[in-house]
Design a protein around this ligand. Sequence first.
Ligand code: NAI
Length: 446
Amino acid sequence: MTDTYTRLVSKGLGKDVAQRLGLPQPAVLRRYEPGQALVNGPVLVQGSTAGADELAATLLSWNLDVRRHAVPREKLGAIILVLDALAAPEDLEKPVLAVAFSLRDLGPSARFVTLSRPAGETGNPAGAAARQGVDGLVRSLAKELRAGATANGILLADGVTTTSPSALAALRFFLSGRSAFVDGQFLTVSTGEGTLPGDAEKPLAGKVAAVTGAARGIGAAIARTLHRDGATLILVDIPAAGDHLASVANEVHGTALQLDISREDAGKRILEHAVQRHGRLDIMVHNAGITRDKLLANMDHARWNSVLNINIAAQLRINEALLASEHFSTSPRIVSVASTSGIAGNRGQTNYAASKGGVMGMVRASAPLLAARGGSINAVAPGFIETDMTARIPFAVREVGRRLNALQQGGLPTDVAEAIAFLASDAAGGINGDILRVCGQNLVGA
Ligand code: NAI
């Protein structure tokens, strides 16, 4: 499923020619497959705090090949830099430069992950400067790494330790092939909630999940991934997509619900379907979305309203119905699909970007409501993903869109689906109100 250009330049003559001409040389990314090792080689844990020691001990208990000091010229699967007790910018020098020379030893699709604290409003300018410095460091390093290697960070709220359940879950996600197209990004672990992540191949076993827009593209990939991870599925899409919906439902042994999510009673209909068949709903994935692009100067009411209604108003109405129901799980999880257009903006997409910005605002504001019920709500913001939608973009524009990120390629629907499956899991329960970009570190709005 890698694009033709990436396949051409990844080996042999194509690689030589691309190198000589200075053309982009995207790597074939290591994506998750069941049974795959968490990382491809030894893991260097750098940092001298108690948090670093505890984390290294936990990684040893996962049977990883852990190093506390670099072994010269040893190929590494990952570097984990623990910076959980920074007090001032000077504190960065020693640990950061200690790992610098090991970067050359990172293998293909290796991982660099930091654990640090959010800058927040500490009332401590020097501490905040050091903490925010990690943000710039990780985002820059992500642009320096090559061969499919990524750099990401985990922000631990005060009181959350390096071995809190969701800190470990986020670390596993970033180390694994599940985060292949996530680069230069941060996940914030805001509480000690969540269950300890394990080796379980079916982290969603026993969960009932509804996915909207599941007949094709990213939605169908989400359905397949949640099914692989053990969830029981309800697949929602418009009646016109009924045939495709039925075939995806057959494939993942789920049930199809033909429903336009912009109907006023959509939330009620989804709940009724779930309760009749399974007695409850645990996970709601809001994926359905549309574009009706026009410059704002030429925008009409129909284009504006249809996009805002389907992409955000429907999600708000469905969430309201779910939260009012006793059948929406004891640890409810909602994951919404936003877009990098809602962060960086995109010419011709004022309506779409307003709706996707709206999704992110809704997610942040709903976090306390879900927390009060022992649940969580988060969003994934995809960048350029290879789907029917992006295949229709004219070739030259598509090539630019797909290469303008640190990994120099478009993502696959499965990359978005992996992030959603992670955020829908109980192990990620300490992550609430967060937005995770799956965009290969898109250079626009990065
Ligand atoms: P797609 O157009 O291939 O699939 C969307 C699905 O949603 C279709 O099956 C469609 O029938 C369904 N749908 C549309 N309106 C509906 C309604 N009113 N009720 C129920 N179902 C409805 O789109 P794709 O590319 O798979 O996108 C999925 C999500 O990801 C969307 O929210 C999109 O905005 C978002 N996204 C996609 C990106 C990409 O590069 N493909 C980038 C960023 C975000």
